[in-house]
Design a protein around this ligand. Structure first.
Ligand code: SF4
Length: 187
């Protein structure tokens, strides 16, 4: 049998960009350039659930990290990751390798190297007298998104260690090169 027993986790929208906040997707359906390179290297792909779609749906606005940094959203993240964690433990016990998680830089949920931040965001938009300034305070901060933070805690609790890497949707080509270079070192 040809099975390589190599897996990696990917953020949901890398396989299904329809889950993203409307207006943000930069591909037709999936990040096919990245996925084809992974398939060609014999990886099985475990698609993470999308924590935002599964609680706020398709009509959600774009949020920032501070809006998701709540006990409720964190609990939701832990609940939806638990079935994936169970699978990882089973795979590990049976000699499979899963060493990487590919997130999405910039996302307040799935960012790895950076996430979007605006501590003053929130409240009623229609009565906000200073909306342009409020929107302008949006910036990237060098932190993980909330889902990635919760996943890291849960993995650590089971002594599982995955390398977190990410696609940068502002520059997908060079971030795909970086991802492939990194996982090639696994051979
Ligand atoms: S929350 Fe994560 S999986 Fe969902 S759309 Fe954003 S980056 Fe993709």
């Amino acid at each position: 049998m040809n099975r390589k027993k190599k897996l990696l986790l990917v953020a949901h929208c890398l396989l299904n960009c329809n889950a993203k906040v409307e207006g943000l997707a930069d591909c037709a359906g999936a990040q096919s350039a990245l996925l084809q390179l992974l398939f060609a290297r014999g990886y099985g792909i475990i698609q993470l659930p999308c924590p935002e779609l599964t609680i706020y749906g398709l009509k959600r606005w774009g949020h920032v990290k501070e809006q998701f940094a709540t006990p409720y959203f964190r609990r939701h993240c832990r609940q939806i990751f638990q079935p994936i964690l169970d699978q990882l433990l089973d795979y590990k016990q049976n000699g499979y390798q899963c060493n990487y998680l590919i997130g999405v830089n910039g996302s307040p949920s799935c960012g790895v190297e950076y996430t979007q931040s605006a501590p003053a965001w929130g409240g009623e938009l229609s009565t906000c007298e200073d909306l342009p300034n409020k929107l302008n305070i949006l910036r990237n901060i060098p932190e993980r998104g909330i889902f990635m933070e919760e996943i890291a805690h849960m993995l650590a609790g089971h002594k599982l260690s995955l390398r977190f890497i990410a696609i940068d949707e502002e520059d997908p080509a060079s971030s795909i090169d970086k991802i492939i270079k990194e996982i090639e070192e696994e051979k």
